[in-house]
Design a binder for this molecule. Sequence first.
Ligand code: MSP
Length: 659
Amino acid sequence: MAERPKYYITTPIYYVNARPHLGHTYTTIAADTIARYKQMRGYEVVFLTGTDEHGQKVERAAKKEGVAPQDFTDRISSEYRALWKELDLRVDRFIRTTELRHARAVQKLFREIQKNGYVEKGYYEGNYCVYDEMYVDEPTPEGLCPECKRPVELVKEENYFFKLSAFEKPLLNYYQKHPEFVQPESRRNEVISFVSGGLRDLSISRTTLKWGIPWPGDEKHVFYVWSDALTNYITAIGYADNPAEFERLWPADVHLVGKEIIRFHAVYWPAFLMAAGLPLPRQVFAHGHILFQDEKMSKSRGNIQSPQPIARVLGTDALRYFLLREIVFGQDGNFSRDALVARYNSDLANGLGNLVSRTLTMIERYFDGKMPGPLESGAPGNEAPVKAACASAIGEAIDLYDQFATSRALERVWQAVSEVDRYLTLEKPWDRAENAAERAPVGHVLATSAAALRIAAVLAHPVLPKATQKIWELLGQQGQVGDHRMDQIAWRYLPAGTRIGKAEAIFPRVEKEEAIERIEAMEHELRQPKVAAAAGAGAGGGTTPAPAGSDRIAIEDFSKVEMRVGEIKTAERVPGADKLLKITVDIGSEVRQVVAGIAQYYEPEKLIGRKVIVVVNLQPRKLRGVESNGMIVAASVGPEGRPVLAGFHEEVEIGARLK
Ligand code: MSP
């Protein structure tokens, strides 16, 4: 067999100062999808991601937690790895910048650059933004970083400088000759205009921190975190320790990045590579930002959604589908739980999922679970649009995946799915099946639907790897969908008599309110520091933590929960949320607003004046956009978890503490 061409794709390596959120997940899922697609185009794919672990930001985050930087980075880096595993992302390589091979690669690269005359020593005096890990030429009049609006710090230090200015012309020439190098077009223009404005030499070392890779031969300097980080893309494929592999895999085919770091990837990185005499990556593709509550999702803004609750409530495929269908790759797009669940129900549960289960149920019922064959002569008329929609979906989806336009690729596939739905509605096999004379044409209709589903499974596979594999198997197909070549797929009836699987809901429909509430509750739980961690942190204060391995807690743990008697003052429904009531409750010292999930069981008017138990020292959280500052205690009764409010048989004073 001829050797497959390689395809090397990377994501940014993520800072370990914070836990992964949906923003990081977005890039990694997009890369995973492209990787799966390229594999279905016959490439040997290498997909790299990892963690960026040096620099001041990480050093300070570790210090704030009172742990050594390495322990801190070990922990967060493994959270990243565990997350990609949980989400079933096929990461081929994971790089950490604290690995020894990486230090070797960084030192080797810059030694080379220095040898070629592009490094010199100098002084930097000016403003620095620790958060963005960069010097700020023009702070705002208030002295803030124009990017993140945090105060800049004045620094003066000896630095090594990279002669970036020497690469102004070569870079511009390169962009001109290789229009595909920076994409999408809007980013390309931005980069060209930045470089055309003139390039100043770039400081690439620091003497003010220890948490970094030492400069070879001058160890009071460590590498600036970005010169360290960018090098990861060559470290991971053997730049310092495996020349044969480096030769085989470099240059990268694409670096996927968020648009805020395009300059580092499309200006500095290619300049470093030119200076070292190495080939440049074939493309840097910058996607847009996920916005949540109208702002970029980020730790600093606190508007974070974690991917785990979505994956656990709706499945990993649903998470992938939403991100890649709802947001146009390359542009900013909004995340909302409402839109997420709405899309899940409409496109996955009612769309593809329903078509699969309808088709299989009918084959099971009318044909004993064996695939019917098509009519020899073909059926008159109605199936033509189905075949046409499948044929154009094949051609167009491939073209669109090639451009990373996943949302449009999926649109095409779903057009074919709805064409099949229309066809079934027209043919009504369920009305005709009982009539023996109609058996053959009904079989033809179902065979046509199954043939279309086979194509949809192949085309949607890069985005929905699990569901499409399941569909594949239910259709009685062997092996892995992902092993099929997308460019070799064509319309074909499945062999008559193929045993199909039992119909099952691939995407069970969910009740919107309930799914959103579960996602919110899990999100909340994820953000709470673990009880064990909290107990550990307080151990110095004379507390007795529960014995290891026991699921009992110590009295000190219980006493952390502050519960008080409260009296309900007002209660009203939360618009758009069937289960929620917005309640104000007097807890003695103040009147609190609490949101409670009891609307289906308690009339708001009847609650006024009722004495309840309130947990008063919970962190505030928002439920459907309404702030909840505490929790009303209720028993959860029966399999459906009906809430029954806890109360007292005797008179109690408002504000009394429960012990
Ligand atoms: N460590 C640097 C990258 C070094 S690459 C040599 C860094 N890390 S980061 O943790 O801040 O991750 C930034 C990347 O995460 C973005 O470029 C993007 O890929 C992804 N995203 C983080 N938040 C995002 C959104 N809100 N929306 C989309 N992607 C986002 O920068």
